[in-house]
Design a protein around this ligand. Structure first.
Ligand code: KG4
Ligand code: ZN
Length: 359
């Protein structure tokens, strides 16, 4: 089956063409093209995503991104299905992708399906480098941790296409926390990749920062406390990393703060995920979302996976942060389990929840 995936839930305009086969038992994918147009530079000026600007950029770019992706895919036939992110995400952004997909469906007579962005981050783990059929499979029950700019969620998957939420953040998402802490440290936007790069040169044991809810008897997270702890740490120690010139000593201290922050965030993510894996007897752990790109967090999870002899999957390069190949993959899985929409009834939903199959 040939699928066209479309993603505009936040600040990336993305279109991808993906071949899919194998059904729910053994879904396999071949990415033919995966074009992502990022608006990061535009929003960096404001220190975060401005929803109405994001939507204007999506409207400006979606045509061009679609045409480029179509030409790179070199397809000889019409796609069988159009899959578009219908939520969760920023409403003005979602609306552009959904309206584009609806028009495409109406004029081309190709069916259209709304896809959950969080499910897409989970199944991004099934994608191989462009042009190759994926060989990755998932042993069930599986556990999935989605860590992004808007979510820090844990799900149990009984089978492919069926996810039940068991935990979430009570306040800020971990990606949001990275971005806010980066701002406190005088770093740019988005903060995650910058903290990642600086943290590599720092000592993660230099400072003790809290890991909120580490010992709570549930699978929820809270990251606003960690951000506030960072604010107090800087204030109490009269540290200002925001000034123009930093000495070599101050730069090293900032790297140590970045690494210590990553350790505090990673500690609670790994501990709760491994506890959940034990409770639900998970056979595979799927990590997804932009924060899965973090090298400190990834290394911590890989070590935990090795200790517990549990396969720990991370999406390959190009499929970690927002992209449309993962939307096509999740759309195929949703289609196989029987999800259907039409261009007439497809609506964006900023708070779309993952629906457990059969409910
Ligand atoms: O999944 P994503 O691309 O978009 C959402 O669905 O939100 O995630 C974006 C988030 C941002 O908060 C960004 O700072 C974070 O992922 N991120 C990272 C890294 N790369 C992106 N956080 C930590 N380390 C990274 N290397
Ligand atoms: Zn995302």
């Amino acid at each position: 089956m040939l699928i066209c995936g479309i993603e505009t839930s936040c600040d990336e305009t993305a279109v991808s063409f993906v071949e899919a086969k194998g059904g729910l038992k053994r879904p396999q994918f071949k990415v033919l093209s995966n074009v992502v147009s990022s608006q990061v530079k535009l929003h960096a000026t404001y220190g975060g995503v401005v929803p109405l600007l994001a939507s204007r950029e999506h409207a400006k770019n979606i045509d061009r991104v679609f045409k480029l992706s179509l030409s790179r895919a070199r397809i000889a036939k019409k796609p069988d299905l159009i899959c578009v992110t219908s939520g969760p995400g920023l409403m003005p952004s979602l609306r552009i992708g959904v309206m584009f997909a609806r028009s495409l469906s109406y004029f081309s007579k190709i069916p259209v399906l709304g896809v959950n962005h969080l499910e897409a981050h989970m199944y991004a783990n099934l994608l191989a480098p462009a042009g190759e059929w994926s060989r990755q499979s998932i042993a069930f029950p599986a556990l999935s941790l989605v860590i992004s700019g808007g979510h820090s969620d844990l799900y149990v998957l009984a089978e492919c296409g069926s996810a039940r939420q068991i935990g979430q953040t009570r306040d800020d998402a971990v990606g949001e926390c990275f971005d806010k802490v980066a701002r406190l440290l005088g770093l740019g936007y988005p903060g995650g990749p910058i903290i990642d790069a600086l943290g590599k040169q720092g000592n993660a044991f230099a400072y003790e920062l809290p890991s909120p809810m580490l010992h709570a008897n549930n699978f929820d997270f809270s990251f606003s406390g960690l951000k506030t702890a960072m604010l107090y740490f800087l204030r109490d120690n009269k540290i200002d990393f925001c000034k123009k010139q930093l000495s070599a000593k101050q730069k090293q201290m900032r790297a140590d703060v970045c690494a210590s922050f990553e350790r505090a965030a990673s500690r609670v993510l790994v501990a709760k995920t491994m506890r959940a894996a034990e409770r639900f007897r998970a056979k595979t752990i799927l990590i997804g979302g932009g924060v899965a790109a973090n090298s400190f967090i990834r290394s911590d999870f890989e070590q935990a996976g090795a200790r517990h002899q549990l396969p720990m999957l991370f999406p390959q390069k190009g499929y970690i942060t927002d992209n449309a190949a993962m939307i096509a993959a999740a759309g195929y899985i949703a289609h196989c389990r029987g999800d259907r929409t039409t261009w007439k009834n497809l609506e964006p939903d900023a708070n779309l929840l993952i629906r457990e199959a059969g409910r």
